[in-house]
Design a protein. Sequence first.
Length: 294
Amino acid sequence: SVDLSAGEGGPQAGTMTECFDCDNCKESLYGRKYIQMDNGPYCIPCYDAHFANTCDECKELIGHDCRELYYEDRHYHEHCFRCFRCDRSLADEPFTCQDEELLCNDCYCSEFSSKCVACEKTVMPGSRKLEYNGQTWHEHCFICSSCQQPIGSRSFIPDKKDYYCVPCYESKFAPRCTRCKKSLTKGGVTYRDEPWHKECFVCTGCKTPLAGQQFTSQDDNPYCIKCFGNLYAKKCSACTKPITGFGGGKYVSFEDRHWHHNCFNCARCKTSLVGQGFIPDNDEILCRDCSSDL
């Protein structure tokens, strides 16, 4: 919107009591009203004919005794400078130019401004507002559906026709971590159909984060491979390392002893005994050939 005011400056009219002629028509200005210009005095008719501007609205001259308004290289009589819709005078109040038409603020807002979704009142040009998904709110009307406080420039989360500030949404809707009971607002992990923060889902033994790592469980508690092997896995009778079965590993069991596949070899010749016959000899296992040499 534009505030426009017309000044009263410019050439001044006066009276002359001495013999003095109009610079244009040469008629005597004695006792007559005249206007002094840089190149000489002019009677009123000559001044209006040669120097007055033409009103952009009515196309008539704007005489020296009329209040003249000027806007965008155009000149207007005071009574011609009015709203194109309601004919209201714009001489002393804000207005807007829309497609070459001069409009008072009321007409402009009625036709071109958005209406607030919450209060259904016009959102005045220049006022603070919020736009989202093709809709407009006054800044003070865009409030959290839970705490009823203005959201302003803070982040918010839409939920159907409601809008929530982040703290209210997390409190109301976000799942809570099984371990710390705090809201999960971004990517977590699911274990036994329960949500966990990635940093909260750790090995029960060494507390190492398990997100993205291989793990197993014992009594519903998650363990990393190392801790599970040390605590619960069978131990290989040959290398004494845990037999976890991860990574496609296989093992052989005989009585109360267990071996990794690649550890199940003849104690003498080291030939693999997987799928072969073997002979136990105290704590050792032997292939048939080595056993027959005894």
